[in-house]
Ligand binder design. Structure first.
Ligand SMILES: Cc1cc2nc3c(=O)[nH]c(=O)nc-3n(C[C@H](O)[C@H](O)[C@H](O)COP(=O)(O)O)c2cc1C
Length: 352
């Protein structure tokens, strides 16, 4: 057990990005030597027959994944298993390395258990991430590879950024995620349109056998989100991840004027949009829910609404790594209490 509540005040004295770097420096260590971390792995990585399911041709030992943006450069894959995540989404990776937006670009709204970030796809670029993934391959838990265009790539040339990334990273993960939903790359969300998605999936599907999912923003009407995701699935998307961060700044008391909000204030907005999409697409494609999940009850609500998997980012910052273990343990009890013997029976239970 980690007493995160005693570390948190010290961690929260640091700038959010410095705290992230500190966490990363610890979570990179198992790449060099895992042995000292094994007791933590044994206590925190929870699996059970109730939680196991096969998706994308891989076994997921538990359904709680790390949301994109925490491990942008695939430096913490082992560390994330040790914390108990059943899968990790690395990235967003862009073709060329880029520095991201000027600092400060990550903020905490502590009382609201909310983060606001305007990182802007800071990452080491495809070349380095490919090298790193090859060193770590094969992975014991599934890996999602989240990809995005470089800031300086025009919207007209965006497709070639995505196809370049798919060619470079093909075979180095279990699924791709097309990220056109970050609010921090100018013009990126404009790519959430039929013409771009049609062309993108046509070209992308010809390049890889890996499933390709689309991650969407929460700042759409349910009607627009349903239309967009239904069309994406028709054009070849193998799944939908909902949602990214929101630009609805009315959700916090003292918003900064840049970036997107994640964490507790996103919970209801993200759930509502996910639920609307699931009503249409549950059973037709794989759905992953992310946004404000911070308890087993919330994870289970998403699962019963149709999510095969869920992801967490901000909850980890506010509640610490024991939360992943606790959610998985409690999820086993919630699933059993409903009389199910496996998570697959609970997925979409509220839709039936
Ligand atoms: C600091 C930060 C960086 C993020 N970077 C990315 C990213 O690079 N790509 C992406 O698809 N989502 C990114 N996200 C969004 C998360 O993956 C997730 O969709 C969102 O934070 C909602 O989940 P949460 O409420 O559990 O944090 C980022 C979120 C945060 C807080």
């Amino acid at each position: 057990m980690i007493n995160y509540e005693s570390i948190k005040p010290l961690l929260f004295k640091l700038q959010p990005e410095s705290a992230h770097h500190l966490a990363e420096s610890v979570l990179r260590m198992p790449n060099v030597c895992q042995l000292p971390f094994n007791p933590f792995l044994n206590s925190h990585f929870i699996t059970d027959d109730v939680l196991k399911q096969n998706l994308f041709g891989r076994e997921f030992l538990n359904p709680i994944g790390l949301g994109a943006g925490f491990d942008k450069n695939a430096t913490m894959i082992r560390g994330m298993q040790i914390l108990g995540f059943g899968f990790t989404e690395i990235g967003t990776v862009t073709p060329k390395p880029q520095a991201g937006n000027p600092k400060p670009r990550m903020f905490r709204h502590i009382e609201e258990e909310t983060l606001q970030n305007a990182m802007g796809f800071n990452n080491e670029g495809a070349y380095k991430v490919v090298k790193r993934l090859k060193q770590r391959f094969p992975f014991t838990t599934p890996i999602g590879v989240n990809i995005g265009k470089n800031k300086l790539t025009s919207e007209q040339d965006a497709i070639s950024d995505y196809t370049h990334l798919i060619k470079s990273l093909d075979g180095l993960g279990d699924y791709f995620v097309i990220n056109i939903s970050s609010p921090n790359t100018p013009g990126l969300r404009d790519l959430q349109n039929e013409e771009f998605i049609t062309e993108l999936f046509k070209e992308a599907k010809a390049l890889t056998k890996m499933p390709i999912l689309l991650k969407i923003a929460p700042d759409m009407t349910p009607e627009d989100a349903i239309a967009l995701t239904t069309m994406a699935v028709e054009k070849g998307a193998d799944g939908i991840i909902a949602t990214n961060t929101t630009i609805d700044y009315s959700l916090v008391k003292e918003p900064k004027d840049i970036g997107g909000l994640s964490g507790a204030v996103l919970k209801e907005k993200s759930f509502q949009l996910f639920d609307a999409i699931a009503e249409k697409l549950y059973g037709k494609t794989i759905l992953i829910s992310v946004g404000g999940i911070d308890s087993a009850e919330e994870a289970y609500r998403r699962i019963k609404a149709g999510a095969s998997l869920v992801q967490i980012y901000s909850g980890l910052v506010f509640h610490g790594p024991d939360m992943i273990m606790n959610i998985n343990k409690e999820l086993i009890e919630l699933i059993k209490a409903d009389g199910y013997s496996n998570i697959t029976e609970a997925i979409g239970a509220d839709r039936k």
